[in-house]
Design a protein around this ligand. Structure first.
Ligand code: COA
Length: 258
């Protein structure tokens, strides 16, 4: 049985981490499969939105597989961190929206996986945390970089240094997730959000992701120029004509990604 399940339904790709007996912990094989799945999804023109979730009702992903971490030496640990970072970077750089539907524990590498996704929604029972310091290590799949960019340095350092778990309601307050729903409604909520995104201009979504992701790494003045350049490029698209035409004609836009 594959440890990462991929289902494509009506332009939505559902990626499910599937090791429920180990709370979907990320071992080498899972990382490898995740990389392969996202390489496929990046190219697949039939897929407009990706949703990442965990199998079972208890965990999204409870972290990197501690059994595999235990015997690492310095070189091996560094290589593993770079590998995990590269896989998650690929997710963050996806040219189509990636939603994390966090259905339970999102700890360590699981929290970092959610951080690499573009939008995070969570079920009420979800719990977030970076417990690495309690194992004598630090987050290695991007947590020390993405969390402060998302929630600010102070809150990020609280989570990273305390290693404590944060319930979904507090994660919402911190801005770590943007929506929290009862567990039974998580899939439907993710699907509804995915459908909303599918109704938007795909080139506009792609440009918005690029503007935010790359712009955040620039001084604001350069980011604004970058935004204006992308705004200009979109003015040359058929999708812009369609979007504005549809508004003026009071009909639903039919975007073609052109
Ligand atoms: N790596 C490897 N195995 C893990 C794991 C991880 N990160 N997280 C959970 N598991 C395994 C457990 O070893 C257990 O396996 P077993 O049944 O073969 O003994 C199984 O998943 C169920 O976990 P368990 O600890 O029994 O569940 P729980 O409900 O008592 O506790 C957690 C849930 C999430 C609090 C606890 O599993 C935990 O603290 N996990 C580690 C979290 C962590 O430190 N992650 C960061 C890693 S860098």
């Amino acid at each position: 049985m594959s440890q990462v399940l991929l289902e494509k339904i009506d332009r939505i790709a559902w990626v499910t981490l599937n090791r429920p007996d180990k709370l979907n912990a990320l071992n080498h094989e899972v990382l490898h499969e995740l990389e392969r799945v996202f390489a496929d999804l990046e190219q697949d023109v039939e897929v407009g939105v990706v949703v990442v979730t965990g199998a079972g009702e208890k965990a999204f992903v409870a972290g990197a597989d501690i059994g595999e971490l235990k015997d690492l030496d310095t070189a091996g640990a560094r290589v593993l961190a770079l590998r995990g970072q590269a896989v998650f970077q690929r997710i963050e750089s996806m040219p189509k929206p990636v939603i994390a539907a966090v259905n339970g524990f999102a700890l360590g590498g699981g929290c970092e996986l959610a951080l690499a996704c573009h939008i995070r929604i969570a079920s009420e029972n979800a719990r977030f945390g970076l417990p690495e310091v309690s194992l004598g290590i630090i987050p290695g799949y991007g947590g020390t970089q993405r969390l402060p960019r998302l929630v600010g340095k102070g809150v990020a350092l609280d989570l990273i240094l305390s290693g404590e778990m944060t319930p979904a309601a507090d994660a919402l307050r911190m801005g770590l997730v943007s929506r929290v729903v009862p567990q039974a409604e998580l899939r439907a909520t993710a699907e509804k959000l995915a459908r909303t995104l599918l109704s938007r201009g795909p080139l506009a979504l792609r440009s918005a992701l690029t503007a935010v992701n790359e712009g955040l790494e620039m001084p604001q003045e350069q980011g604004l120029l970058f935004e204006a350049a992308l705004f200009g490029l979109l003015a040359a698209t058929t999708d812009m004509q369609e979007g504005m035409g549809a508004f003026l004609e009071k009909r639903q836009a039919q975007f073609k990604g052109l």
